[in-house]
Design a protein around this ligand. Structure first.
Ligand code: GRF
Length: 197
C-alpha cells in the first residue's frame, strides 16, 4: 500500500480530508507520518487524534537548506514514504529533498495556476487578490513540486465560483470545501492506483 508523508504548517484541514478519505477506505493509502514546520500547528493535533505519528521539524533549527532537506528526507524515507504531500506547508524544500523524492512531491494551491500563484501568493492573500482583480471563477490546483514556486506540472484542477458579496474568508472556505478537500485525496488516489508515473 502507498505510504504518504503529509507536510503541514497550519490548521490541517487538507490533512483532515486525507485522514477521512483513508479511514473511509475511499483512499488506498496509509498516512505514515505528519511533519509540521510549526510546533503548535493544529494539524499535529488532528494527526495525534487519529493515532498517526506527528513530528515537528523547524527550518530554523538547521543552518543550511541541505541540512534541513536531509533531516526531512530521513524522517520520510525512514518510514517508507513513497509520496510527500504538501498540505498548507510553508517552508521551501531544496534540491536535495526534491532529488530524493523526484516527481514524488505534490502540493495543493488554492487558485487556478498560473493565476494568483508564485512568490507572495499564499493563504488568505490569494483570495484577497482574486477579489481585488474581480475574477468570476477561481479554484484549486494540485501540482508536482519542482524547484520553483507553484511551477511544477499540473495534475488536477477544479473551478470554484466567486459569489456576490464574497469576503476573502468566505471565498477561502468555499475553495477549501469545494476544491482542495476534493482534489488532494483524488491526487493521492491517482498515485496509489499507479495512474501517475
Ligand atoms: C489552505 O488554504 C491551503 O490551500 C494552503 O494552505 C491553507 C491551509 O491549509 N496550501 P490547511 O487547513 O492547513 O490544510
Amino acid at each position: 500500500m502507498l505510504k504518504i508523508g503529509v507536510l503541514v504548517s497550519g490548521g490541517g484541514t487538507n490533512l483532515q480530508a486525507l485522514i477521512d478519505a483513508a479511514q473511509s477506505k475511499t483512499l488506498e493509502a496509509e498516512i505514515a507520518v505528519v511533519v509540521s514546520s510549526s510546533p503548535n500547528a493544529y494539524a499535529l493535533e488532528r494527526a495525534r487524534r487519529h493515532g498517526i505519528e506527528a513530528v515537528c521539524v523547524r527550518r530554523r533549527d538547521y543552518a543550511s537548506q541541505d541540512g534541513y532537506d536531509a533531516a526531512m528526507v530521513q524522517i520520510l524515507k525512514g518510514r517508507g514514504v513513497g509520496l510527500a504531500v504538501l498540505a498548507g506547508f510553508l517552508p521551501i524544500l531544496g534540491p536535495l529533498f526534491l532529488k530524493a523524492f523526484n516527481r514524488r512531491v505534490i502540493n495543493i494551491h488554492p487558485s487556478l495556476i498560473p493565476a494568483f500563484c508564485g512568490k507572495g501568493f499564499y493563504g488568505i492573500k490569494i483570495h484577497e487578490a482574486v477579489l481585488a482583480r474581480g475574477v468570476k471563477v477561481t479554484g484549486a490546483t494540485v501540482h508536482l513540486v519542482d524547484e520553483g514556486t507553484d511551477t511544477g506540472p499540473i495534475l488536477l484542477q477544479k473551478a470554484v465560483d466567486v459569489k456576490e458579496g464574497d469576503t476573502p474568508e468566505t471565498l477561502r472556505q468555499r475553495v477549501m470545501e469545494e476544491g482542495e478537500w476534493e482534489l488532494l485525496p483524488e491526487a493521492v488516489r491517482m498515485f496509489a492506483e499507479g495512474l501517475i508515473q
